[in-house]
Design a protein around this ligand. Structure first.
Ligand code: PSU
Ligand code: MN
Length: 299
């Protein structure tokens, strides 16, 4: 697979330095402009501050880019025509030379091919509420990519119990970072369990190494609760969400447009509270991912 590396990423790879992959759908479709561009640059500097090299991933002109220029990040943030691509779209994007933002699934696929072992995001996709046939390709990629993926659980807009079950059935190891529960994105509580609570990054790396020794190919999903100050009470969230889900169904929003629609409507209704929460958890996860990447390199 042909990959175009940014200079910083290519230097880090050459020198065996720790790297953290970052996705671009959250830039193009997850957050509004200009908060999205600010967030993208912030995540990169947080990763650097914690000793690793950020590798933001997207597709430009059909080329799989690992490590983006400032201009490329700004384009993702401001251009309304950037396509959100999941696994099924990769051949189309490559052949038709499209500019695209990568989801969790496609970011992991490209990062794995680039030799990056740690990935950070906000919330993974999953099984959608109401339509149990709408299952994000993110889940399948997690089942088949031996990477440490840091996130704050699956997005609250999803059917969380069904998503949790899917991950269990398909052998994805879920570790709760100082948490016993599988977080619900904006809230640390979901009533769903993790496979093991871990207290340190060292433990995460040990478990990831054991996965490799066993020859298993699943991701280690490290779930990190949103920082307490930004947490939104689950009752309030459910109220906002039911209004939003109702709107989506009335307007017949489906497929890849559903997640971005739900996130932006929730932010509108909450007057930006959910957006601030989203940004806070993204930053926190990037920091933990950078620490994991640094520690992983010690072996
Ligand atoms: N996390 C966020 N905001 C986002 C996403 C994750 O904080 O916008 C994106 C990810 O790229 C994820 C995608 O892969 O939402 C899931 O989309 P879908 O449900 O259509 O698979
Ligand atoms: Mn879907």
């Amino acid at each position: 697979m042909e990959i175009r590396y940014g200079q910083e990423v290519s230097d880090a790879l050459d020198r065996g330095k720790p790297l953290v992959a970052l996705e671009s759908t959250v830039i193009a479709h997850g957050l509004p402009f200009p908060q999205n561009v600010e967030m993208a640059f912030d995540l990169e500097s947080i990763v650097r501050k914690n000793g690793a090299t950020p590798a933001t991933i997207a597709v430009f002109d059909g080329e799989f880019c690992v490590g983006l220029s400032k201009t490329q990040i700004k384009k993702l943030a401001a251009d309304k025509n950037i396509r959100k691509i999941s696994k099924r779209d990769l051949p189309i994007a490559a052949a038709l030379k499209l500019d695209c933002a990568t989801t969790v699934a496609t970011t992991m696929f490209i990062a794995q091919n680039a030799g990056i072992r740690v990935f950070s995001t906000g919330g993974i996709g999953g099984v959608h509420r109401g339509d149990r046939l709408d299952i994000s390709a993110d889940l399948n990629e997690l089942a088949n990519t031996p990477m440490i993926t840091v996130c704050s659980g699956a997005k609250i807009v999803l059917d969380l119990p069904a998503t949790r079950e899917w991950l269990e059935t398909n052998g994805v190891t879920i570790l709760g970072y100082k948490s016993d529960e599988f977080p619900a994105f904006y809230s640390s509580k979901s009533g769903l369990y993790v496979d093991e609570r871990v207290e340190s990054i060292e433990q995460v790396v040990e478990i990831s190494r054991a996965r490799d020794d066993l020859g298993l190919k699943n991701a280690i999903l490290l779930v990190v609760p949103i920082p307490h100050e930004f947490e939104i009470e689950i009752g309030i969230l459910e109220d906002i969400l039911s209004t939003t889900l109702e709107m989506a169904s009335q307007q017949e929003i489906a497929g890849k447009h559903l997640t971005p629609f739900l996130l932006s409507k929730m932010s509108e209704i909450s007057k930006g509270v959910t957006m601030d929460a989203n940004i806070a958890l993204l930053k926190n996860n990037a920091e933990i991912a950078a620490k994991a990447a640094v520690h992983l390199k010690k072996y």
